[in-house]
Design a protein around this ligand. Structure first.
Ligand SMILES: [Zn+2]
Length: 192
């Protein structure tokens, strides 16, 4: 069997073009080994922002630089080819490399840890949830305004990249597949 190993890191981050994406998906249907590798890559990528603690305001650069170093080391350990390293993880790095990037903790009302939110001043956010949604549910991101919540997107996975400009807070809820017009089971939110 011909394993598309060099495409898996980008696939795990959702960075492939249509044709490559379809090729990898067709292969994953029949290859448990590559499926396991995609799972491992996703776990590794997503565990990094979760491991970050929101830094005190004056020292916030350092954890972000540590994150970048950790990701680079990880890609090396996984033997991701050099020409792919530049693209794999590019979404996370592009956000984290910005000087104004800020990491916040997403918590439920009872204080339970839900995940992290990486925010930039020009209105982008990466939501990384600690666990995938329960079977038959999706996460839905919301931008909150004085007039109410606006849907920002859904995922059956653990990561959402959203635009937050113009909102007072960004939040996450648990919804049936396809999402809901209003949050039915809000989990938590972070003020912007
Ligand atoms: Zn394979």
């Amino acid at each position: 069997m011909n394993h598309p190993e060099d495409l898996l890191p980008d696939y795990a981050m959702g960075l492939l073009e249509d044709e490559e994406q379809k090729r990898v998906e067709a292969h994953l249907q029949v290859c448990p080994r590559c499926r396991a590798e995609v799972r491992a890559l996703r776990e590794a990528y997503y565990s990094l922002p979760l491991a970050l603690k929101p830094p005190p305001p004056r020292r916030r650069r350092r954890p972000l630089l540590l994150f970048a170093a950790a990701l680079a080391a990880l890609l090396l350990v996984l033997a991701v080819p050099a020409y792919r390293q530049a693209r794999a993880g590019a979404e996370l790095l592009a956000l984290l490399a910005r000087p104004e990037a800020r990491v916040e903790t997403l918590r439920a009302e009872d204080g339970q840890f839900l995940g992290r939110v990486v925010l930039t001043e020009d209105g982008e956010a990466l939501l990384v949830l600690a666990a995938p949604p329960p079977p038959g549910k999706v996460y839905q991101a919301w931008g909150h305004t004085a007039k109410g919540p606006v849907s920002l997107g859904i995922t059956a996975g653990r990561v959402l990249r959203v635009r937050t400009a113009g909102f007072q807070a960004v939040g996450v809820s648990l919804e049936p597949p396809g999402g809901s017009p209003r949050p039915t089971h809000p989990l938590g939110r972070v003020p912007l």
